[in-house]
Design a protein around this ligand. Structure first.
Ligand code: ADP
Ligand code: MG
Length: 491
């Protein structure tokens, strides 16, 4: 296994190179209405059925900021331990595009809503040594554009304005990442935090989270090189592929004596390559200026207090709490990686089960079952209450660990509670020495040769006798009692 703490280097023709990565993540804000209009935002609606006069940029329409969108962006900033700017302002970013009827995007350049923050990542879940803090530069809110459809008609393109005006958070990282693995860990962690907070559903396939990938290369220790920006990459895997591809392309250019051009590129997942889209425009090309239709945003104490009070326990805090309960670092990490898992597990804990036993069972047995069934934990056929009942039956010795596996299978099939299955099928564990002794006598009698070998020193045969006895008792004998009785009889 690669050492996650060793610096990531790419070997070129002339020596080693370091990769520098910064990500600009566009995250669609979870909100029923758009950033400046009351039109709906549901995904998958018929084209142009969710477009208000504001979104269609009819003359004389005025944008009105949606309080909920601002609230979600502020909560996100707080979850990233970022500075919240009480005073921020909207700017117009002017450009012409067929899916942007206004001719400008309302965004925030000069005074964003959220300033610097931090995302803590582990590149390797099993290794605390791979921990790293990635800086957030800023978060601003802005409008999304519509969507052009080029594949509906042989000679015409259509435009769907449903997405036009939907609120986005642009979460800009510092150029702090140094490998595809770190970028992946950052994106996954960011996505997890957004989903815990509930400010974005994090669904990359539906486009509610996409990344612009900034990549440059340099000799270790040198100043930053010129970067390229690859737009709208919509999966963690693609982001990592873009980084690798771009880094190698730039290294080739530099090693041949050329210079990297600061430009915007597009990723083609089919060909697994990036290609130039346009040379990078500078901020002044957009003629940014404060939007005269909108007052600056001023946040008061009550609003900020409400945002903070509404934050849930976040993944890092939850992981620490789980570790303090005695769970392994790995279990605590996988149990908190996704908000659905963490919530399910918290409900399980609330039923008073042993945290360590519960964590082991969920990670080994429950995850295994969900994998086999191909369902998410939210669709798990066994409720946390029923799972708690099963764990308690094991903990108090009513059933053995191996019988618990059988009971769990039956729970998955029938949805019945554990206790009912155990009683209905007579699966209680027995410590009845009479019954156990009788079986032991029979087994030792039938295996006289093995008994002799054991007594002559072949200690490993003990396991054989235990196995035979458990089998004869249909797995229901208390293993501890079986061990004791066998030792007594074998002398
Ligand atoms: P712009 O406003 O032109 O988009 P920014 O300074 O805001 O430029 O940076 C955009 C993104 O590019 C940020 O995520 C930042 O971390 C990243 N970035 C900046 N410089 C570099 C570099 N030399 N290599 C890689 N990424 C970089
Ligand atoms: Mg940018």
């Amino acid at each position: 296994m690669a050492d996650a703490t060793a610096p990531y280097r790419i070997r070129g023709e002339t020596g080693e190179w370091e990769v520098v990565i910064g990500l600009e993540v566009h995250a669609q804000v979870t909100s029923n209405a758009k950033l400046f209009s009351r039109a709906a935002t549901a995904f998958g609606a018929e084209p142009n059925t969710q477009v208000s006069l504001v979104d269609a940029a009819m003359p004389g329409m005025l944008p009105v900021p949606n309080r909920e969108c601002i609230r979600q962006a502020v909560r996100t900033g707080m979850a990233l331990a970022a500075t919240i700017n009480r005073w921020s302002r909207f700017d117009r970013k002017n450009y012409f595009y067929a899916d942007l009827p206004q001719g400008y995007q309302i965004s925030q350049l000069y005074h964003p809503l959220v300033g610097e923050g931090t995302v803590h990542v582990l590149t390797d879940e099993k290794d605390e040594g791979s921990a790293k803090a990635i800086g957030i530069e800023r978060i601003h809110v802005e409008q999304d554009a519509g969507k052009l459809m080029h594949d509906q008609h042989p000679t015409m393109s259509y435009v769907d304005l449903n997405r036009c005006g939907v609120a986005l958070m642009e979460i800009v990282s510092k150029p702090d990442m140094r490998s595809p693995a770190e970028a992946g860990a950052y994106l996954r962690k960011l996505r997890a935090i957004l989903r815990y907070v509930g400010s974005c559903d994090g669904n990359m396939e539906e486009g509610s989270m996409r990344a612009d990938v900034n990549v440059s290369v340099r000799r270790p220790g040198d100043p930053f090189g010129t970067r390229t920006e690859t737009k709208n990459v919509n999966s963690v895997r693609f982001v990592q592929a873009v980084i690798e591809h771009e880094a190698r392309r730039q290294i080739e250019v530099l090693e041949e004596g050329g210079a990297v051009l600061q430009e915007t590129r597009l990723y083609d997942p089919g060909r697994q390559e990036t290609r130039s889209l346009r040379s990078k425009e500078d901020a002044h090309d957009y003629r940014y200026f404060p939007d005269p239709d909108l007052l600056p945003l001023e946040l008061d104490d009550a609003f900020l207090a409400d945002c903070r009070a509404s934050l849930p326990e976040l993944p890092d805090a939850k992981r620490k709490r789980f570790e303090l309960m005695g769970m392994s670092a790995y279990n605590a990490s996988v149990l908190t990686a996704e908000v659905e898992t963490a919530s399910w597990f918290d409900v399980l804990l609330s039923h008073g089960v042993d945290p360590k036993q519960a964590a082991n069972w969920v990670v080994a047995e429950l995850f295994g079952a969900l994998n086999r069934l191909g369902v998410s934990i939210a669709e798990c056929p066994v409720s946390p209450a029923h799972a708690a009942e099963l764990l308690k039956l094991v903990a108090d010795g009513t059933i053995s660990g191996s019988i618990a596996k059988t009971v769990f299978e039956k729970m998955l099939e029938s949805g019945d509670p554990a206790g009912a299955i155990v009683e209905g099928e007579g699966l209680r564990q027995t410590s009845d020495t009479g019954a156990i002794d009788a079986e032991i006598e029979r087994i030792l009698g039938a295996n006289a040769d093995k008994v002799e070998q054991y007594r002559a020193g072949k200690q490993q045969l003990f396991g054989f006798f235990v196995g035979q006895t458990m089998k004869a008792m249909a797995g229901k004998a208390n293993p501890q009692v079986v061990n004791e009785r066998l030792r007594a009889k074998l002398g």
